[in-house]
Design a protein around this ligand. Sequence first.
Ligand SMILES: [Zn+2]
Length: 130
Amino acid sequence: MFMVKMVHKNPKTRGRRAELRTFLLWGWIRIQDKIQRGSVEWVACEAHERVHWDQYKRSYGFHPVMYKFSKKYRLEAELEAYAAEYKSYGTHSSQRMTRYKLAIMNDYGLGDFTNGPDVLKELWKRVGEG
Ligand SMILES: [Zn+2]
């Protein structure tokens, strides 16, 4: 059976390790480590990973390849995912948003491809507060 396994892990952020397994027409998400199942953090993390699953479907399965090789694509993918994660909480928090900005800048091999003010601006725009 055709199967793609995407392990979406963020090695620098402890407790943020999610695994997205994809079978041909459906997928499931496994969130590991330090996040209590059913907690608001869990639900938010799930919202984040679900976006990656949508990206996978939208790209007809090319998501993992583009994600790996294109920084521009990877940045877009994470902006969308973190925006969904933020919205899942349903509360305003500039602190949380700043954490996401730092994660996007530092934990995805984007190096100097990103700059803080732009990432933050894009995130706020995507959650409809910008
Ligand atoms: Zn992500």
